[in-house]
Design a binder for this molecule. Structure first.
Ligand SMILES: Cc1cc2nc3c(=O)[nH]c(=O)nc-3n(C[C@H](O)[C@H](O)[C@H](O)COP(=O)(O)OP(=O)(O)OC[C@H]3O[C@@H](n4cnc5c(N)ncnc54)[C@H](O)[C@@H]3O)c2cc1C
Length: 521
């Protein structure tokens, strides 16, 4: 006799409820009234199917959770509803044929380790090893290898998903380019929580993981920065990716320009301006570092100081600056390059902290910065406002293999022309800091996109010829204030109308919804 599916149900009386009702961002649920009435933990697809049927048949609203790293309240704000939690459904299978199946509850760290150890493969996904495949991959999934290998959704060959038909019955589907291709496309980037519960992602082919990568981490002292120098610094960074960064031999270079406010917490030496880089040549090795050095040569005039990340000092890492003539090498490249096996580098720095209240925003840029943008960023980073504390602006290199136009048509990621992706983040602890922190972030972001570089109808947003809107996986409910918010996330072409049709067809009763889900009409 097969054992009947038995998901674990944690209700309000259960001591685990207070822990499990919330995800990574402690702002949600904002009140007890917004909290779900139960969390249903599903071990596999069968349990998820049975649990979904029970929840829907009893008239409860289901929200879906995998890794719990949603930026907004899409999962935890579910008044008296049920959170279907897939975090225990976490297998990563590699078949002899090389086909791969990733369950939604697998954390990226599990995925990287399993794929690498079993088959030497990887997905070009995010940096945080606690983020769940379920939300991450359905929203695009990008990271340090994306310039080299594109987005994770670009590699998916089929998806197993549970949808609900007009009569309220669960339908178990496997969608692909030949079966329900419209739903397949929509699930490759439109974001989770829109159409049904994804129970696995399948890949017929995946890229080989690099053998090793080289990393550099440099800081640029705030004390030395003037507004003019800062503007030149940002423009230099953007220029590289707008020009040289378009060449395929540079696609193995991924960089993050990290900016935290000059006056951040004085107890922690104030804020930081830094560039971290990971590099390998397209064949996944580090014998030729000329592209990496070419990139950093552009920053010599900004007087970088070397910071040796202590986590890099593992037995498996080595400093490669001084291979031949140490003095001559050091004079040419006044920083250390650390080479490490790719898996070590990938797992070393991927913690997500947690236990914080947080807010995030994003922007795709097709060109380097304008002086006006630099000036707005300068102003906010020099703020003495207490609400500037805890904020970070991360400017990631982008493009490369992501910018393959065909993928814009067979996935639900429209942004295929950008060279940088910006992420605003802010972390704090106390509820009474919410209003100030949220306002600071909103003002900062809005001011960067206000001015003559943005068309009048899109003021305050990264829309217009220089931009490609925002990233759905960096969900930002502030954008709902703009009537064109769907175009910010899904582009101005035919993608959003297409997603609306998919929504009408596969979720006719709008069972799967949140403040930023696809509207049927
Ligand atoms: C610390 C941190 C680092 C990050 N780094 C990166 C990065 O490097 N690159 C990047 O691209 N993104 C990154 N992100 C963003 C991340 O990809 C998204 O927040 C993602 O949606 C989280 O997925 P999750 O499963 O962990 O979250 P969840 O909160 O579980 O889910 C997020 C959304 O997906 C839906 N969903 C979850 N599981 C399923 C499922 N099985 N079926 C259908 N819908 C589902 C949820 O309903 C919700 O709407 C990061 C986020 C954090 C917090």
């Amino acid at each position: 006799m097969p054992i009947p599916p038995m998901p674990v149900v944690v209700d309000r009386q259960d001591p685990r409820f207070d822990t499990l009702k919330k995800g990574h961002n402690l702002r949600f649920p904002a009140t007890d009234a917004e909290a779900a009435s139960r969390v249903v933990l599903c071990n596999d697809a069968r349990e998820a199917s049975a649990a979904l049927q029970r929840v829907v048949s009893s008239g409860l609203r289901p929200t879906i959770r995998s890794g719990g790293h949603c930026y907004e309240d899409f999962v935890s704000n579910n008044p008296n509803g049920a959170i279907l939690d897939l975090s225990l459904h976490r297998a990563v299978d590699v078949e002899i044929s090389g086909h791969v199946r990733i369950a939604p509850g697998a954390c990226l760290g599990d995925v990287y380790q399993s794929l690498y150890k079993r088959a030497g493969l990887t997905i070009p996904a995010g940096t945080c090893y606690m983020v769940g495949a379920g939300g991450h991959i359905s929203g695009g999934g990008y990271g340090l290898l994306s310039r080299l290998h594109g987005l994770t959704v670009d590699w998916i060959s089929a998806i197993d998903i549970l949808t609900i038909d007009q009569s309220g019955k669960v339908i178990d589907r496997t969608v692909s380019a030949t079966r329900d291709p419209d739903l397949f496309r929509a699930c490759r980037g439109a974001g989770g929580g829109n159409f049904g519960i994804i129970t696995s992602f399948r890949f017929n082919k995946l890229p080989l993981a690099p053998r090793e990568v080289a990393t550099v981490y440099l800081a640029f002292p705030w004390a030395d920065m003037t507004e003019a120098k800062f503007a030149k610094f940002l423009i230099t960074y953007g220029d590289f990716f707008a020009t040289r960064g378009q060449d395929p031999d540079t696609f193995g270079l991924f960089t993050v320009l990290g900016l935290s406010p000059r006056n951040r917490d004085k107890n922690r030496d104030g804020g930081r301006i830094s560039i971290s880089a990971q590099f390998c040549t397209p064949d996944g090795t580090t014998a030729d570092l000329s592209v990496l050095h070419e990139f950093f040569a552009r920053f010599k005039e900004f007087s970088p100081t070397l910071i040796l990340p202590t986590k890099f000092d593992s037995a498996n890492s080595s400093s490669t600056v001084n291979q031949t003539d140490p003095a001559a090498e050091k004079a040419k490249h006044p920083y250390d390059v650390t080479t490490r096996p790719w898996l070590d580098a990938t797992l070393a720095d991927g913690g997500s902290g947690g236990g914080s209240r947080a807010k995030y925003k994003s922007a795709y840029m097709k060109q380097t910065f304008t002086p006006g943008e630099c000036s707005a960023i300068w102003k906010f980073l020099n703020s003495t406002d207490i609400d500037a504390h805890g904020s970070i602006l991360a400017i990631d290199s982008y493009g490369g293999a992501v910018n393959t136009p065909a993928r814009g048509h067979d996935t639900a990621i429209a942004q295929r022309s950008s060279i940088m992706k910006l992420q605003w983040m802010c972390y704090w602890r106390e509820l009474d800091q919410d209003a100030g922190r949220l306002k600071f972030m909103d003002d900062f972001f809005t001011s960067v996109y206000t001015g003559s570089h943005v068309p009048p109808e899109f003021q305050g947003t990264p829309m217009g010829p220089r931009f490609e809107g925002c990233y759905m996986n960096y969900a930002d409910a502030d954008m709902l204030r703009y009537r064109f918010w769907p175009q910010l996330f899904f582009g101005t072409g035919d993608l959003y109308p297409f997603l609306q049709k998919v929504k009408q067809q596969y979720d006719p009763n709008n069972i799967f919804h949140s403040s930023m889900s696809i509207r049927a009409t």
